[in-house]
Design a protein around this ligand. Structure first.
Ligand SMILES: Nc1ccn([C@@H]2O[C@H](COP(=O)(O)OP(=O)(O)OP(=O)(O)O)[C@@H](O)[C@H]2O)c(=O)n1
Length: 515
């Protein structure tokens, strides 16, 4: 392992200092514990591995598929970060591995980037990535891309080659896992159960058992499902013997388990069934249930892909710096052709104070604070604004011929609508809970009159939810109003008056924030 470093930060202390609570005494709400950047990137890479797979084209790819099966090539997810900002989200496709897709898209601009893989990449990917001059390669310490659970010969050859590449390379090749901030797992679990998507369903179908729906989808694990013995064997073959000794091994499995459960909880908050994004029709009355049968696909984007992307946005929201409301946004354009089908990342972000600033220096109050100077609104950069500012690079300017899709966990506000339109976004996927509200310092009045952009609003299937059941569409003005809505609005917050949980964790210096 000369020249490279295998680091386990699994037993490092909290990744970020505690939040400055100078104003805490007057704050009734405070955002919960925060996801560390390393863990966000790790989670996004794991989630990318599950990007809905495009159908293999029989003629072109069947041979590739057969070869992959023989060599047990596992699908892999990849996050490319530059200066701690996500500039690429990739996954293996029918033909290209995730690492190869990244090389094709970014080329030499991978230099000095940090790569987060959901599996240790195979030697053919690794050599190209090292060659591109990346500064760091981190991978999830489970079964590698050339699976150790398959035929041994290929895996053994690949393991020898990757070890040699590691020992001769400049970039740090390592395992980076951080423990979750205290209380984060519980916070994510609670907020996922109260997620807008589940909440909307229970509002509309009061009898619906959302708890059951939540639990049903919360089961996938990343190499946590292998037995301890198998896992030890895999680690040993990968040259990670140092993880096999106690207490390292238990710490590693514990940290992996926590992250996998967190991802499962976030994904479970956006159920696959009884739910979907549906295009809002302009100037036409809401169709009756009998007429309403939106196709499963719209503009070529399946419900599965839309769900996948909004879950990415929800993961980003757990990096918020807003004391009250976490919002995440991700923008994809139709362009590339790796495992993401025809999608290529434009940018992503979450709501936060301006990059490089000290959180505590800024007002943090909401509009319940009478002194307007102490309100956060003039300082907080919105999720969409960060996603548009920190795009993936020159190549990711939004081109008129490439439909650009924004997935955002909260309805765009009046400050963001002109930016979104001006940037050339063609599709918005969101929910419409605050739509048409004027809250004084922030208002949501312009979204409704936005006609030039296709709007897809989360809606739920009515009356049993079998595939043939007609759908009822939402996105209608003023649907939620009155005390019930206000109560529901109060509960919708990612964190509102949490009865328990540890003190909030906050970075005082957000130099490295993804903006
Ligand atoms: N599309 C949006 C909408 C809102 N925000 C974020 O959400 C915050 C405002 O949230 P909102 O719920 O409208 O207002 P609050 O005053 O926080 O809460 P309340 O509902 O109690 O008024 C903004 O500061 C911003 O951080 C965002 O990032 N992107």
């Amino acid at each position: 392992m000369e020249g490279s470093e295998m680091r386990n930060r699994a037993d490092a202390g909290p990744s970020e200092p505690g939040r400055d609570t100078r104003d805490g005494s007057t704050q009734t709400d405070s955002f919960g514990p925060r996801l560390s950047k390393v863990n966000l990137f790790t989670l996004l890479s794991l989630w990318m591995e599950l990007f809905p797979q495009e159908q293999l084209e029989e003629d072109d790819h069947s041979e590739v598929a057969k070869t992959s099966a023989v060599f047990q090539i596992r699908r892999t997810g990849l996050v490319v970060a530059r200066d701690s900002k996500v500039v690429g989200l990739h996954c293996s496709g029918p033909e290209l591995h995730a690492g190869q897709a990244a090389i094709i898209q970014h080329g030499a601009s991978l230099a000095d980037c940090q790569l987060y893989f959901s599996r240790r990449p195979c030697a053919s990917c690794l050599k190209m990535i090292i060659n591109a001059g990346v500064s760091q390669i981190s991978f999830w310490p489970g079964d590698p891309e050339v699976s150790m659970l398959g035929p041994p010969s290929e895996a053994a050859l690949d393991a020898v080659a990757t070890e040699k590449l590691k020992s001769n390379s400049r970039p740090h090749i390592c395992v980076l896992l951080q423990p979750l901030a205290p209380g984060l797992a519980q916070f994510v679990d609670e907020t996922s159960r109260e997620c807008d998507f589940l909440e909307r369903m229970s509002d509309d179908e009061p009898g619906l058992n959302t708890e059951e729906l939540f639990n049903r989808y919360g089961t996938f694990l990343f190499c946590i499902s292998t037995t301890s013995e198998q896992h030890r064997e895999i680690l040993t073959h990968m040259g990670l013997e140092n993880f096999c000794v106690e207490p390292n091994f238990s710490n590693l499995r514990h940290n992996m388990g926590e992250l996998a459960e967190l991802l499962a909880a976030v994904a479970a908050g956006v159920p696959q069934q009884r739910y979907g994004f549906h295009r809002e029709q302009h100037s036409t009355p809401e169709p009756s249930p009998a007429e309403a049968s939106p196709p499963p696909h719209h503009d070529g984007l399946s419900q599965e892909v839309a769900r996948h992307c909004i879950i990415q946005a929800r993961l980003l929201a757990y990096r918020t710096e807003d004391p009250k409301v976490g919002v995440g946004a991700v923008i994809w354009a139709k362009a590339a052709s790796d495992g993401t089908g025809a999608l290529s990342l434009v940018g992503c972000g979450y709501n936060a104070y301006p990059a490089g600033s000290h959180y505590a220096e800024y007002p943090q109050m909401d509009n319940k604070q009478e002194d307007r100077q102490r309100r956060k609104y003039r300082y907080m950069v919105h999720a969409e604004q960060n996603a548009l500012t920190f795009r993936s690079g020159q190549t990711r300017h939004i081109k008129p011929e490439e439909p650009a899709m924004l997935f955002v966990t909260k309805c765009p506000c009046d400050e963001c609508v002109p930016l979104i339109r001006g940037a050339g976004i063609t599709h918005i996927y969101t929910n419409d809970r605050d739509r048409d509200k004027d809250k004084g310092d922030i208002s949501y009045l312009r979204f409704g009159s936005l006609k030039s952009i296709n709007k897809f609003i989360v809606s739920t299937r009515m009356g049993g939810g079998s595939c043939g059941t007609p759908l009822r569409w939402y996105g209608c003005v003023g649907k939620h109003s009155g005390p019930a809505e206000q109560e529901s609005h109060r509960r919708k917050k990612l964190c509102t008056n949490r009865p328990h949980g540890p003190p909030a964790v906050r970075s005082q210096n957000n130099n490295s924030s993804q903006k």
